[in-house]
Design a protein around this ligand. Structure first.
Ligand code: SF4
Length: 389
């Protein structure tokens, strides 16, 4: 056992499970997913059981996240068998268990089943409260479906709900975005995530952009959306804890915080990513390839990275700085054996330049981005990556 693995024993453990089915592809999304057939769902559920057998999760998992795809597309019976398959291999249910639900898939039976099984947190992809913008994004749900789904979640007793919203959608104005935020606040979920629309290659939206049928929001204007979001949510007592994430006290998503802090998590299912010991991996994207790997007893990966302390240190800094709590540089240097290294000294110089430019503030060994710095978090991340390569 090397030193990094020894230290890994003290790390938080997460479990991510990817459900690769969606009713149809949204126009902005390039995640791997497909419309489910009965036979494929059964193969997937059996595949997860096989994968858990061949690569068991740690006995104690602090957090679990089921994403996709649309996990909520599965029937209550299928959700139950999938959950039992995972839970039977854990010493106890995780303290936080999030499942992503598309509004169109929410019904009482499903939510009651999930709560009974131990789900603690529901994340719903609302994206917008404006019907024309939902259509532009190619979402299958209508506005009324969003309200119905939210009502069902609350009626069934869900007490930790996240709503995902998207801004900088072609055709959206800052005023419409303010209205979306106001509507989310009025509903009163415990958590709100806000994402700036990106045009992923080969998506329907990207093709329309290429053909000149729609216009992207100018990067300079995107800052106005961020600032509006931060001001409006803060005024409504949603504390920002990461560039895109806001929560009522005690309701931040622990699974994501642990991931950004470079703790460990096991990933199951097609295209799931994981990070354990010295390996970071993404499993094969397609259901066929993933199943074939399982049948052959040889897990199929789309990508693997041998982790070094340098990679982990860099990523912990990049993702840590995106969080409002920032990074304690002394603890960071100790954890990743960075004390006195050339990389630590380069990063220290870079961080000093950030503080001089008003993009970060330093309090002893704690470094946090300022509001201006958070606006440039992506660029700062790229610069840190360049320094370390
Ligand atoms: S955005 Fe969500 S629901 Fe839409 S295609 Fe992507 S994974 Fe499926």
């Amino acid at each position: 056992m090397n030193r990094l693995q020894e230290k890994a024993q003290g790390l938080k453990q997460g479990l991510y499970l990817h459900v690769p089915f969606c009713a149809r592809q949204c126009d902005f999304c390039n995640f791997y997913q497909r419309p489910p057939s009965r036979a494929e769902v059964q193969e997937f559920i059996q595949g997860i059981a096989d994968e858990l057998d061949s690569e068991p999760p740690p006995a104690t998992v602090d957090t679990m996240f089921w994403g996709g795809g649309t996990p909520g597309l599965l029937s209550p019976t299928d959700l139950r068998s999938l959950a039992e398959s995972v839970l039977s291999r854990l010493a106890k249910p995780p303290a936080e268990w999030t499942i992503e639900m598309a509004p169109a898939t929410v019904n009482q039976e499903k939510i009651k089943t999930l709560l009974e099984l131990g789900v603690t947190r529901f994340s719903m992809g609302v994206q917008s409260f404006q019907e024309p913008l939902l259509e532009r994004l190619g979402r299958v749900h209508s506005l009324s479906r969003i309200y119905k789904a939210y009502e069902i979640l609350r009626q069934c007793g869900a007490d930790n709900i996240n709503l995902d919203l998207i801004f900088a959608i072609p055709g959206q104005s800052l005023q419409l975005w303010e209205q979306d935020l106001a509507e989310a606040i009025r509903l009163g979920p415990e958590h709100i995530s806000t994402y700036c629309l990106t045009f992923e290659e080969d998506t329907a939206l990207w093709l329309r952009l290429r053909k000149g049928e729609i216009e992207a929001t100018a990067p300079a204007d995107e800052a106005d959306y961020y600032l509006q979001t931060w001001a409006q949510l803060e005024a409504a007592d949603y504390a920002q804890y990461e560039v895109s994430n806001f929560a009522r006290p005690g309701k931040a998503c622990q699974h994501n915080l642990d991931t950004w802090a470079m703790q460990e998590w096991a990933g199951y299912g097609p295209s799931a990513s994981g990070q354990q010991g010295q390996l970071r991996y993404t499993r094969a994207h397609s259901l066929e390839e993933w199943l074939a790997g399982l049948k052959a007893g040889k897990p199929a990966y789309a990508d693997t990275v041998d982790l070094s302390p340098g990679i982990l240190a860099t990523d912990a800094l990049i993702f840590g700085l995106r969080c409002n709590r920032g990074v304690n540089l002394d603890a960071w240097a100790k954890r990743f054996d960075m004390t006195g290294t050339a990389l630590a000294s380069q990063l220290n110089t870079f961080i000093t330049s950030l503080t001089e430019d008003g993009l970060a503030k330093r309090n002893g060994s704690l470094i946090q981005l300022t509001r201006e710095g958070r606006l440039l978090a992506d660029r700062i991340g790229v610069e840190i990556l360049e320094l370390s390569s």
